[in-house]
Design a protein around this ligand. Structure first.
Ligand code: ATP
Length: 271
């Protein structure tokens, strides 16, 4: 496996509190890695490392074998649980804003043919996420699911290679979640994305992921609980979904996806 992203002996510490310890991971290109674990284990911290919002206390993160740039560039996109769109901009303006920032970093404004091209690109992206009829609506006029669709459009318009999802469906009700899962699966395939997704929902982790990572503390000192951090305790590669499989019924088919045979009874990762 050629890793797109590699974590090499990564530690995250805040003062004398160890959050993550000795994380060694290779993330394959075009995989969907679901990250699960108890609250406070350090799942979001793992994503923040990739986003460049958090520097490791020790260790290195490599992208294509080279040190990951600490400033988050267009190669990395993110969607959070809470709608991260701008309330004062319409859906179209929100989506165009990403292109304008990338192409005109100082003014975030494009003119003439560049602006027309950006508009066309943004309209196509909004159509792709199912918001083709809501171009001129403001976020407050959109439902929660529609706002998350807009957040995906905003993230994907910059053509990231890595998409980081932090509980992206946590605020949505179950019916809408199923639609969003189908959307993510389609966008993943069409855009050749590599996705790292934090979720508290195990079913979601297994139904969407091509690999599930569980992180947790394996050592506890009752007198100093902060002295040990979380590690990867389970690492389960899952059978890839058949590319020809339709989206309809994908949620129903998901439970049939199994760990690959030699991982069917996963052992805790050796430490
Ligand atoms: N900037 C910071 N300074 C100090 N402590 C921090 C900082 N950021 C995160 N932490 C601590 O690191 C730990 C891990 O936080 P993180 O958000 O990564 O956990 P999580 O697994 O995503 O939790 P949850 O599932 O509840 O969202 C928490 O105890 C948190 O308080």
């Amino acid at each position: 496996m050629t890793a797109l992203l590699s974590f090499r002996d990564i530690w995250v510490e805040f003062g004398d509190r160890i959050i993550l310890e000795k994380i060694n991971l290779d993330i394959a290109e075009k995989s969907i890695v679901s990250i699960v674990g108890p609250s406070g284990a350090g799942k979001s911290s793992l994503l923040r490392l990739v986003l460049g919002q958090q520097a490791p206390s020790r260790g290195r993160i490599l992208l294509d074998g080279a040190p990951l740039a600490s400033e988050c560039g267009p190669d990395r996109g993110v969607v959070f649980q809470r709608y991260s769109v701008f309330p004062h901009l319409t859906a179209l303006q929100n989506t165009m804003f990403g292109i304008e920032c990338a192409k005109a970093p100082l003014t975030a404004r494009l003119f003439g043919s560049a602006r027309r091209a950006a508009r066309e690109e943004a309209v196509a992206m909004l159509e792709a996420v199912g918001l083709g009829h809501s171009l001129d609506q403001y976020p407050a006029e959109l439902s929660g699911g529609m706002q998350q669709r807009l957040a995906f459009a905003q993230a994907l318009i910059k053509r990231p290679r890595i998409l980081l999802l932090d509980e992206p469906f946590g605020a949505l009700d179950p019916g809408i979640r199923a639609d969003m899962h189908a959307l993510v699966r389609r966008l993943w395939r069409e855009h050749g994305l590599t996705i790292m997704m934090v979720t508290h929902d195990l079913r979601e982790a297994f139904s969407l992921g091509t690999r599930v990572l569980a992180i947790d503390k394996v050592r506890h000192d009752p007198h100093a609980p902060h002295r040990f951090g979380a590690k990867v305790v389970y690492d389960l590669p899952l059978r890839q979904r058949d590319e020809s499989e339709g989206l309809e019924g994908a949620e129903d088919a998901a439970p049939e996806k199994e760990p690959v045979p030699d991982q069917a009874h996963p052992q805790a990762v050796a430490h």
